[in-house]
Design a protein around this ligand. Sequence first.
Ligand code: GLN
Length: 427
Amino acid sequence: MSLGPGKGRQASNGGLEQWVDHCILHSVSSFQSPVSGYAVRPMLRTADRLKGFTESVIREMTRVAHQYGAINLSQGFPDFDPPPELVAAAAEALHGNFHQYSITWGSAEFRRALAEKQSRLMGLDIDPDAHLVATCGGTEAMLVALMTVCNPGDSVIIFSPFYENYGADTILAGAHPIYVPLRVPRFDFDRDELRRAFSKRPKAIVLCNPSNPTGKVFTPEELTFIGNLATETDAFIITDEVYEHIVYAPHRHTYAAALPGLFERTLTVGSLSKTYAITGWRLGFVLAAPELISQARKVHDFLTVGAPHPLQQAAVTALRFPQEYYQKLTHDYTRRRELFTSYLRKAGLRFVDPQGAYYVLVNIEDFGHANDTAFCHWLAREIGVAAVPGSSFFAEPVTNLIRFHFAKRDKTLCAAGERLMRLRKRG
Ligand code: GLN
């Protein structure tokens, strides 16, 4: 995206775009102008660790969607409401006595309800006082997990494609990534290649299960293979399971921490965002053995002090939902997947059917665009649907895939699907 003023662009979002432009121009000029009283002197150098960082492409695509008034299937968040009981619980919590910090690692009630739920699901006896730290979303949980285990100079195995935060988080934790490819179209990994990566003695491996962006659900057999390599080389397993409830039959979610012998080395990153459609509440957690959690709590304390107290209180209501809630969630996402992919099929697009999570990678090489980024900008502008260029998830130079998400109302998915049908004639 150009940082220029965007002459001739149609603002379709009540002026938000002009406001963004104003902020961008203002910040650019205050950094560049030699006469500005706010200019940063060249001698003042920011941290080297940020050199390889770019702006989040996922969030950039949300801005592009606004710019063109496109239906936003890029940044993955629902356009439907959370359960009404949960919203009512939040309103009630705001009238209660929860305005100040909770205990830094999570309010006692939140951890108790979370421990009960995760014990039931994972088949483990999770102790709310020993095994959990509540965080500001899964995003903080992942950074806390990496900062808890990594020393400067360590390496961390990350499967590619990967959710864009993992690479940045690894670097923020002072380590560097070793990428191991998941091979299209099944997104399986070469076992010898993974073994070679583990022979470099990484400090940890990061998993995303179910996976953003591939939709892969790791099998117990794959996780056991990874677990054995981690055990042989004394590595930690950091597993991002924020899509634990969004898995499509016949696939099933396996908790890595619940596999024999793996609990002691596994840090599970969880979140309430996807499960209860509350991505803006920023509630997540790390679940791990007491020795790891006692360290993780320190990292969390110094990073953020605590997750929002009234929202932790409200979330207790959600964490106590009966099992039917999760069955309905899976059922609803299965319907959304069928609905959206039926349009992709009708439009003649090639894609990999997701086994879990709410993303689908689509092949765009038949369309003759220079690359996935050019295609996504064209798609938002001309077709009116925003997606994320696949290259932002890959360590390798892959430019023929884009990612859609389908955490949207049926109505939104149908409207996007109808627009995508226009691709049929052009392809
Ligand atoms: N997890 C969501 C996605 O991959 C949202 C990303 C974000 O903005 N943090 O689209």
